[in-house]
Design a protein around this ligand. Structure first.
Ligand SMILES: [Zn+2]
Length: 213
């Protein structure tokens, strides 16, 4: 099942929903379709173009403080899928200040890393083994959190998410062409071995989508 990006009335990205949910919102006049996937959705009673991006016909108030859960997928997205020590394709999550020495499992202390750097470092500090971080780890903005929920990211979503296609390509390790289209998708399943646990915020937006007229 495909997914669609849901934008607020103000074009602010809100969440990702399944195709059926997106189509229901459009049929109920709660949303309009801005982009199609190029595929056709067929059910027993319905044949219509599959929505890729929809915009709500009403405004959903989003709480200011969003909890961005610390998932493997979100960390890889933030770090562009690259080892933050050497730039090689990342395969592991590394705690900069090791957990065994009291380092927290927090955005500011985790980075994507390759196997080599990760095993070289073990339970030591980067400077103790001659490794240097290219960027200091940071708590990402909410858009990465939205992307972390998606099974695939379509090219036409990036203009609303403010994320460079190149960054996504690095994280998804799949090339993205300039033009949006059915083939212009990035598969995140390859880096998503651990699911996102931050259902609270997503759940509240989904609830708002269901209850609003
Ligand atoms: Zn490395």
């Amino acid at each position: 099942m495909s997914q669609a990006l849901v934008l607020n009335m103000t074009y602010e990205p809100l969440c990702v929903v399944g195709t059926k949910r997106a189509i229901t919102l459009v049929i109920d006049n709660k949303a309009e379709t801005l982009h199609h996937t190029g595929q056709v959705f067929r059910s027993q009673h319905l044949v219509m173009p599959e929505p890729s991006v929809i915009r709500l016909a009403y405004y959903i108030k989003v709480p200011y403080q969003r909890k961005i859960s610390l998932s493997r997928r979100a960390i890889f997205l933030r770090d562009g899928g690259k080892c933050q020590y050497c730039g090689a394709p990342a395969e592991n999550i590394d705690h900069v200040y090791p957990k065994s020495r009291g380092g927290p499992h927090a955005w500011e202390n985790v980075v994507a890393s390759c196997k080599r750097c990760n095993s070289k470092k073990e339970d030591r500090l980067p400077e103790e083994v001659g490794l240097k971080l290219k960027h200091l780890p940071f708590r990402p903005k909410e858009k990465i959190w939205i992307l972390a929920r998606a099974s695939v990211i379509r090219g036409e979503w990036t203009q609303y998410l403010g994320v460079k296609p190149a960054t996504l390509a690095a994280a998804g390790r799949i090339d993205v062409s300039e033009n949006a289209g059915p083939s212009n998708i990035i598969n995140l399943k390859s880096i998503a071995t651990q699911d996102d646990s931050g259902q609270d915020q997503h759940g509240s937006i989904e609830l708002a989508l269901t209850s609003s007229k």
